[in-house]
Design a protein around this ligand. Structure first.
Ligand code: NAX
Ligand code: K
Length: 500
């Protein structure tokens, strides 16, 4: 079954939904959140007898922790609650949750207790959620460090404490959960930058709310269901002309590997023919590993194909700039990667030509390339990856993909998505070239632009995940291994989709 995509809301959106839903919510949202957390915790504690520890913070995230604790107490389970704040200062709902815990006979410790000899059945982080406002210091930082050092499963309520729910940045120090139960909908910071490293397994509890009915989602999680319309089985009476021609331009002297990798990926993604236009005059006339690739001079290749990707190993000299100018003037869908992005960042005329294009443009920068395009530092891009990709798309009136864990996609219509496939095996040279080739390959087959981008980004990560599952990586996974895995997945997905 191709699972449908889940909506993603920044904190401001979650707040809007909460405010709209709260007045009429029966049972109240905090009761639902605490109960949902308890249900998830039960699953994690199967075969783990003994007490669980819940560390509660000074806001409503702490309130969820008190509700959860009460459920376990009432179910006869040993539960220890630590809360170092002043109960008189708890916000309304959290105060009620603490009172209900106290009235049920629960005790609250003002400091973290020593772990029992057999360890905790589960450690629960209910310190901070979406209300985190600044870096964590002092006692809360000490608590988080101590909790992180404990063995066994560790669960975060809503957001790992210390993680910015909008950006995935660690503010000071952050709880490292093995499991995170998040409420109402996904948040961007759980899915990109340092978010996935801190969330562990991520579960969404909607609290019986249809978030989209309160506020249309601005962003979505990437899932194959979003591009499954393109999964067409091939007719028996098919020929290569039906699957389009992809063109890859790049390969200045000593940089021919990059466009060849992209070309191989385009072939494995199903393009009928792939032209690779190389700048290096001494480049080999044939790729002996992949002789199907049609190697041409860069100039010659530009006159072929339905989709062009330019940039891998392109270099930045005047010949490269001139080729880019020609590619921008063509009527084809155009993928700009690597040095094509660097050239545009340095030349306002080229940037203007990219922005004014009628046919679609896709920018696929890594954070350093995005920084050059946005005239800021890579750190600034990483501080808020979502804002950066939206700004890139807006500034160039183009589709933009910001690479890195939790790759982000922004479309000129304002819609954005976050991809969750992929693993650290992809931190290797040539992986970006493979993504560029996949995009060109899907565009050549006339996938609509959004489906091609979402599909290529997801396939790229999913292929690496398939290799990982076979023991090929993360250490030593190489870009040349990805295209074969892409082919396996695409064929599986098409077959699966048509069995449903
Ligand atoms: N509002 C609602 O309707 C619901 C809220 N829920 C829970 O409530 C959470 C949000 O609650 P809040 O808005 O109270 O926010 P939090 O509980 O995340 O934290 C806010 C509190 O922490 C303090 N604080 C923020 N950053 C700090 C720092 N670095 N060091 C020390 N103190 C810091 C603030 O002054 C405030 O007291 C959600 O994440 C979720 O867990 C759920 O119960 C679902 C319903
Ligand atoms: K938390």
């Amino acid at each position: 079954m191709l699972q449908s995509s889940q909506p993603i809301y920044p904190v401001a959106g979650i707040r809007t939904i909460e405010t709209a839903a709260m007045p009429t919510a029966k049972p109240p949202l905090m009761e639902r959140a605490g109960r949902a957390s308890a249900e998830e915790a039960v699953r994690l504690m199967i075969d783990r007898p003994g007490a669980l520890l819940i560390a509660c913070g000074p806001g409503n995230n702490g309130g969820d922790g008190f509700v959860m604790a009460r459920h376990f107490l009432q179910a006869g389970r040993q539960v220890v609650v630590a809360f170092s704040g002043d109960t008189a200062k708890l916000p309304g709902d959290a105060k009620k949750a603490w009172e209900a815990w106290r009235d049920a006979g629960g005790e609250t410790l003002s400091d973290l207790p020593a772990a029992p000899p057999e360890g905790w059945a589960l450690v629960v982080d209910a310190l901070f959620g979406i209300g985190l406002q600044r870096p964590i210091t002092g006692r809360y930082a000490e608590w988080i460090r101590a909790l992180n050092a404990l063995p066994g499963p560790r669960m975060s309520i809503d957001v790992p404490s210390g993680l910015c729910a909008d950006t995935g940045r660690v503010l000071g120090v952050a709880f490292r959960a093995t499991h995170t139960v998040t409420f109402i909908a996904l948040k961007p910071g759980l899915l990109t930058l340092d978010g996935p490293d801190h969330c562990g397994e991520l579960v969404v509890k909607r609290l019986d709310l249809d978030a989209n009915a309160f506020l249309p989602a601005p962003g979505w999680e990437v899932r194959p269901a979003l591009f499954a319309d393109q999964f067409t089985p091939r007719r028996l009476n098919a020929h290569k002309g039906l699957f389009g021609d992809a063109v890859i331009i790049g390969g200045a002297p000593s940089m021919c590997g990059a466009p060849l990798l992209a070309g191989r990926a385009a072939l494995r993604a199903g393009a009928g023919r792939v032209f690779v236009g190389l700048l290096d005059p001494r480049a080999p006339a044939v790729d002996l590993v992949q002789p199907e690739l049609m190697i041409r001079s860069a100039e010659h290749a530009l006159s072929e194909g339905q989709a062009i990707a330019i940039g891998p190993g392109l270099g930045r000299d005047t010949v490269a700039a001139d080729l880019l100018r020609q590619a921008l003037a063509s009527d084809h869908a155009l993928v700009l990667d690597a040095d094509a992005l660097n050239l545009i960042a340095d030349d306002d005329t080229l940037a203007g030509a990219a922005t004014r294009r009628h046919a679609p443009v896709v920018l696929t920068p890594h954070p350093a390339e995005a920084a050059r395009l946005l005239k800021c530092s890579p750190d600034q891009v990483q501080q808020n990856r979502l804002d950066a990709v939206i700004e890139l798309s807006r500034r160039f009136d183009a589709h933009a993909v910001l690479k890195g864990h939790g790759s982000l996609i922004a479309h000129p219509n304002g819609r954005w998505l976050i991809n969750r496939s992929g693993n650290p095996g992809m931190s290797a040279a040539g992986m970006g070239d493979v993504l560029t080739g996949l995009l060109a390959g899907l565009l050549a087959q006339r996938w609509p632009i959004e489906a091609a981008i979402i599909g290529a980004v997801h396939l790229h990560g999913a292929a690496a995940d398939l290799l990982l599952a076979k023991g090929i990586g993360p250490i030593g996974m190489s870009a040349s291994e990805l295209p074969d895995a892409v082919r396996i997945l695409l064929n599986q997905w098409v077959a699966q989709h048509h069995r449903q």
